[in-house]
Design a protein around this ligand. Structure first.
Ligand code: FAD
Ligand code: UQ1
Length: 411
């Protein structure tokens, strides 16, 4: 049995950044990261991979290169938590004991909840930017597209990066135009949500874009089945569950239902009713176990789940955990900042930034609901280095100070 001052479960965006902060602070042998994956992926790049603007290989680095050298990497899947005994169990039967625990497990993709998946991914035209297994098929589907419906789905669960299901649709629309087959494509966005986007300011801008670009949007439509033999996708009307609608597809981009990871959901002491790690939404400390903190997609914080949100949380969690390690109470508060760069094609982007209450919280002193080339370059060319070099080393805590600086002297 091993014992650490700090154990971090999950070495993704939030776990890696947090481990980096504390591995240097607490020193060799005091911090462990439990993470089974060989590769660490910068997932926000997958939108661009699907559109052929980046390669899948560009989005990943070996886990061994990104996790902090001063932390012990336990290359195992966590299989259960015993918060009353300060212990995490791993798949190979190790009991890892901690003084403090940080949970950063991300989200689980549940493709299997759609009938016909994942098998239909082996057939033409079915793709998904959300997984390394299927993201390359998005570009192939665009290349092989002849004529018919290009369908884009959004599931009836919370998801990470709620803009991504439609970003690839705008990219596809431009792809078809560039390759002379726009008039052969009927582009349809079928979303489970009652809105095109959760924040009105950006939703208004997006409605203008879909109108202008002749894209059909159907609200409250939930993908429940894929029939690859007949190339049909079946959607349920969420306002009238008996009402099922069949759409033929030439291309179908699936955003899967998602949930908190099973390993977490199974530990009732740690989670809320929805299965997410039950933390105080401002301090990120667990509501029942003061030596447990959590951040990122697996937490109950009611903000839109993004890497940008994780960046802000890394700062707050870092400061509060430092206080806790010295026996003091957490007092730093997360403002709910999150951001979604809504890529609308091969050169433009709306940079949505907002807080937990759905109010815009924009960094730049201009209207970010307008499509801009500058924001596209920030997303494509600046963000990846910011992520790999600053964020994962614990140095990027979101654009809070940049925003304050740029808004100096303004209302
Ligand atoms: P993750 O980074 O997903 O890390 C979770 C880690 O936990 C993984 O390394 C996993 O291997 C590990 N793990 C899982 N199970 C176990 C287990 N049992 N034991 C131990 N470890 C385990 N965000 C933005 O800010 N901007 C964007 O433009 C954007 N676009 C996106 C586009 C797509 C297509 C996708 C998929 C995501 C996008 N995101 C974007 C969201 C962003 O990637 C996530 O919000 C972010 O990675 C969340 O960080 P996390 O640390 O919570 O989880
Ligand atoms: C951000 O901080 C971040 O995390 C590294 C992202 O994830 C890739 C983002 O997409 C965005 C937009 C931000 C916010 C950063 C700035 C400079 C506005």
């Amino acid at each position: 049995q091993k014992s650490y001052r700090l154990v971090v479960v999950g070495g993704g965006a939030g776990g890696c950044a947090t481990a980096a902060k504390f591995a240097s602070k607490l020193g060799q042998g005091n911090v462990a990261v439990i993470e089974p994956a060989d590769m660490h992926y910068y997932q926000p790049m997958w939108t661009l991979v699907g559109g052929g603007m980046k390669k899948l290989e560009d989005s990943g680095k070996p886990m061994s290169q990104v996790l902090p050298k001063k932390a012990d990497w336990i290359k195992q899947r966590a299989v259960s938590f015993e918060p009353d005994n300060n212990t995490v169990m791993t798949e190979d039967g190790q009991h890892i004991e901690y003084e403090y625990l940080v949970v950063a497990l991300g989200m689980q993709l549940n493709y299997h909840q759609i009938k016909g998946l994942p098998e239909a991914f082996d057939t033409p035209g079915v793709c998904s930017n959300y997984s390394t297994l299927y993201v390359n098929k998005t570009l192939t589907s665009l290349q092989n597209f002849r004529q018919g419906n290009a369908l884009f789905s959004f599931p009836a669960t919370p998801i990470k990066c709620a803009g991504a299901p439609q970003k690839i649709m705008y990219i596809s629309e431009e792809y078809f135009r560039k390759h002379g087959k726009r008039d052969k494509a009927n582009i349809i966005y079928n979303t489970s949500l009652p809105v095109i986007f959760g924040i009105k300011k950006y939703a208004d801008a997006l409605w203008e874009i879909v109108k202008e670009r002749n894209i059909s949007v159907n609200l409250r439509h939930n993908l429940i089945e894929v029939k690859p033999d007949s190339k049909e996708a079946i959607f349920q009307n969420l306002d009238d569950p008996e009402d099922l609608k069949t759409y033929q597809y030439e291309m179908l981009h699936v955003t899967p239902p998602m949930s908190s990871p099973d390993v977490l959901r199974q530990c009732s002491q740690l989670v809320d009713a929805a299965g997410y790690l039950d933390v105080n939404k401002e301090t990120l400390q667990h509501v029942r176990y003061p030596n447990v903190f959590g951040l990122g997609d697996c937490s109950s914080v009611p903000t839109s789940k993004t890497a940008a949100a994780v960046a802000g949380q890394v700062g707050v969690l870092g400061k509060n955990l430092s206080l806790a390690l010295r026996g003091e109470k957490p007092r730093h508060l997360y403002d709910g900042y999150t951001s979604c760069p809504l890529v609308t094609g091969y050169s433009k982007c709306i940079l949505a930034e907002f807080d937990m209450n759905g109010n815009p919280l924009e960094t730049f002193p201009f209207d970010q609901s307008k499509e801009r080339r500058l924001m596209f370059h920030m997303k494509k060319d600046v963000m990846p280095s910011l992520y790999w070099h600053a964020m994962l080393n614990g140095y990027w805590e979101g654009p809070k100070y940049a925003r304050k600086l740029m808004h100096l002297g303004m209302k």
